[in-house]
Design a protein around this ligand. Sequence first.
Ligand SMILES: Nc1ncnc2c1ncn2[C@@H]1O[C@H](COP(=O)(O)OP(=O)(O)OP(=O)(O)O)[C@@H](O)[C@H]1O
Ligand SMILES: [Mg+2]
Length: 502
Amino acid sequence: MNGAEEILRVEGLGKTFPGVVALDGVDFDLRAGEVHVLLGENGAGKSTLIKMLSGAYQPDAGRILLDGSPVHIRTAAEARRLGIATIYQEFNLVPQLTVAENLALGRPPRRFGFVDTRRMHDQARELLDRVGIDVDPRARVAELGIARMQMVEIAKALALDARVLIMDEPTAVLTTGEVERLFTMVRQLRDRGVAIVFITHHLEEIARLGDRVTVLRDGRSVREVPATTPQDELVRLMVGRPIDQQYPRAAGDPGAPLLKVSGLTRAGAFAGVSFEIRAGEVVGLAGLVGAGRTEVARAVFGADPYDSGEVLMDGRPLPRTNVRAAMEAGLGLVPEDRKGQGLVLGADVAENLGLVTLSRSGRGGFVDRAGRRKEAGEVAGRLGVRMSNLGQEVRTLSGGNQQKIVIGKWLLADARVLILDEPTRGIDVGAKVEIYQLINSLTASGHAVLMISSDLPEILGMSDRVLVMARGRLVGELDAAQATQDAVMALAVTEVEETRVH
Ligand SMILES: Nc1ncnc2c1ncn2[C@@H]1O[C@H](COP(=O)(O)OP(=O)(O)OP(=O)(O)O)[C@@H](O)[C@H]1O
Ligand SMILES: [Mg+2]
């Protein structure tokens, strides 16, 4: 990339929010035809920086230069006019509208003054083909899974034909195959001279896709290094200290069966799913997006219905679609769509951490608020939630810190079987290890964890057993010794012939 033309430069950029200095003198530059990775812990300031490049926030200090001239990017429309397209960490799609309507937002094709729906759908189809996803343009966005929403978001940004493309954790919600497709697309854009800013917490992606890396720590740009820098060095720059063991799992002997699922079936989603989870176990549930993992988890927890089959806790059947009964029996679920299902964005950190415990103690007398606050403070501290205090609104936390709150809330709730759906999505390397250690202490005290994850190294590193789903069916089970990346992937792409449930 040497000698390539510089498009964008940021000098001494600063941004303060009430009680938080989010950015404190950041320098950064971006060249045509490069992938420039922004790396930093949760709350380091990555999203804040790109929000100033995309017109969402105004800096309080420093300046932004485009082609060598200072610019004031006051609105999102202005950023787009300057050729800057952004894919945000929080999706910006309108859930009530269809995919095609979202893709055409603001500029739907018209004919005789009316929206030309046929053409709008054709254009949407073409964009979706470019990102290579099979989504019906007429589907409502609210009905798509989170990975597909992300692909639609990417298609939307591509529609702008920008010179600068900013991607805030685009791979967080994608599985292996989709990540490959995304990388191919990003490389094509880069080779056409597009300048790309790429944020990720998956360190292995950096050398594969990136050219340069700017490391942010506590709102400052600490270093710029080549993307070939070894991972442990990147971690050290980002966290300020080395991390020795990324997957600290030490399995014990499994105890009595706690959760038993047999023959769980829902037409169109999953069929004949049976498994058992024992005290002290971490069981991984692997598979591609759309394999039905989340659907099964939600049905087991009672959040969604099923047609036939049975869920037993301690040998006693749980009533269907009854989350309260599931929780009272000691089952917990940390959902993948945490924005929608896991948090009350307008409430503060302490209140969010107390949500599950509060609803559980609803029957029995008074609530020990001071005790709760203390517990909440401890969990927040352990997971390193970056916040001004426990009274900060969850809405204003960084993406990864919001995730930590949802996980923390369930770790406080003391569920005996905890289902974690993508527990470390968007979480930085240091905090991941803390979450794994909390999982270990849960299982050491006789609890059990079912972990759904698209992060294969995480599944392999933390599971005592791995179940693999494909097309709504459980297609295999591997113990820790057999479970390799190849073995899991081979099962995950199994074609299920007999009954296609999709
Ligand atoms: N609107 C806001 N009001 C108050 N504080 C904010 C606001 N937006 C961001 N912050 C704070 O600024 C800091 C930086 O947040 P930012 O979202 O930029 O982090 P990030 O590097 O993107 O982290 P992550 O990896 O978790 O996404 C955080 O401490 C966050 O709480
Ligand atoms: Mg962020």
